[in-house]
Design a protein around this ligand. Structure first.
Ligand code: SAH
Ligand code: SF4
Length: 368
């Protein structure tokens, strides 16, 4: 807080300048901190760890939206929190419900005015949050609305965490809680590795949102060094790799970064991941009519993935304004699945939900 120096009145302009400088330089967004970091902060203030535990509870269990609501904390701690910290809760700029009632999409405005989308999905008894990792995306996949808008910036760990907390706050009102999270919103999570992994650690913390072992799934376009790093660090999140094509040329036409990390390198990294962690990988396949839905292409996927602990998730293409392909038909999806089964590869066809509010895979985008 700016104070009047020597009792004299500070000019209005100077006052607001000091406030801005203090805000940006000193205020810590609590959602950027792990539980250990919150404990360290509270201990540095010479307060007990019981208060740190209460604070963590307010952040992740009660999901309160102000320091005043943290009534069980000592008043002096609340005053200090309000002066030195922020809650970094994004403003809900818009909310949309799909007509079938299963999908709820939020347009969230961040501190610097950047906007992101977060989706709450309720299907087959599961409640899942689909969160963004970046504002826009640099990878440029031709059929993806986020790719079509280009890259604006990375999200911080706190901005990723805050999306899950937003969903949790909402679910609490109906006595529910968040159990699954997919990093499949706007952006490429492995292009923002540190922030994404820190956010995952915070959200897995057993005293907070407590997402269970492997209740987080991260989808990547295929950033090879990131996949290897996840394997080496034994990150406890599921990995989904967006494949979309089983030959180099076909993949490069849909996913430009395939030129940087070719299919053979990608598959070597995937095999390394599976072997190192003894864990299955999911492969995503946006099914596009006449492009990648033929029997021949299904056999090519079968040959590519045969023997690997893998599951293929077929996603009938969702419409976006910058790409005029059509979704693969139900018959092609069925044929694809039957062929994959011949290679002992399990597969699913993603339910099409939330398309009427552009909340489906690859449909998230915001105007500038
Ligand atoms: N950047 C990551 C995660 C976000 S996209 C990735 O690419 O994996 C989440 C999933 O939606 C990816 O599998 C992506 O290929 C898919 N997707 C993108 N655009 C799509 C569209 N128009 N229709 C169906 N799936 C799409
Ligand atoms: Fe980025 Fe994923 Fe969209 Fe490709 S599909 S542009 S990697 S968000």
């Amino acid at each position: 807080m700016a104070r009047r120096r020597g009792g004299g009145l500070m000019a209005a302009r100077e006052f607001s300048f000091v406030l801005r400088v203090n805000d940006s330089l000193e205020q810590k967004n609590l959602y950027e901190l792990t539980r250990v970091e919150v404990q360290a902060l509270v201990q540095a203030w010479k307060l007990s760890l019981v208060h740190a535990a209460r604070l963590w509870n307010y952040l992740y269990w009660e999901c309160v939206d102000s320091f005043e609501a943290m009534t069980e904390l000592p008043v002096r701690m609340r005053i200090r929190l309000a002066a030195e910290c922020t809650l970094g809760i994004p403003r809900v700029a818009q909310e949309q419900h799909s007509s079938d009632g299963f999908t709820h999409k939020f347009l969230l405005a961040l501190d610097d005015g950047a906007k992101i989308e977060t989706v709450l999905m309720r299907f087959t008894g599961r409640v899942t949050a689909c969160v963004s990792s970046q504002v826009g995306c640099a990878m440029g996949c031709v059929f993806c609305a986020t790719g079509q808008m280009g890259f604006k910036r990375n999200l911080t760990a706190g901005e990723i965490v805050a999306q899950a907390v937003h969903v949790q706050r909402l679910l609490r009102t109906s006595g529910d809680r968040l159990r699954n999270l997919v990093l499949m919103g706007m952006g490429e999570p492995l292009h923002n590795y540190e922030a994404v992994m820190k956010a995952a650690d915070i959200l897995r913390d057993g005293n907070g949102i407590a997402l269970g072992a492997r209740k987080i799934t991260l989808s990547t376009v295929g950033i090879v060094p990131g996949i290897i790093r996840m394997a080496d660090e034994a990150r406890p999140v599921h990995l989904a790799v967006s494949l979309h094509a089983a030959t180099e040329a076909e993949r490069a036409a849909l996913v430009p970064v395939a030129k940087r990390w070719p299919l053979d390198e990608l598959m070597t990294a995937c095999r390394y991941y599976v072997q190192k962690l003894d864990r299955r990988i999911f492969f995503e396949w946006a099914l596009i009519e006449g492009k990648n839905d033929s029997a021949e292409q299904a056999h090519a996927v079968g040959r590519l993935l045969e023997g690997l602990q893998a599951q293929v998730n077929l996603i009938p293409l969702n419409p976006t304004s910058g790409y005029d392909g059509l979704p693969g038909r139900a018959e092609s999806a069925k044929q694809f699945q039957e062929i994959l089964a011949g290679y002992k590869l399990p597969s699913t066809v993603r339910q099409r939900r939330g398309i009427d509010i552009a909340a489906g895979c690859g449909q998230l985008a915001v105007g500038s």
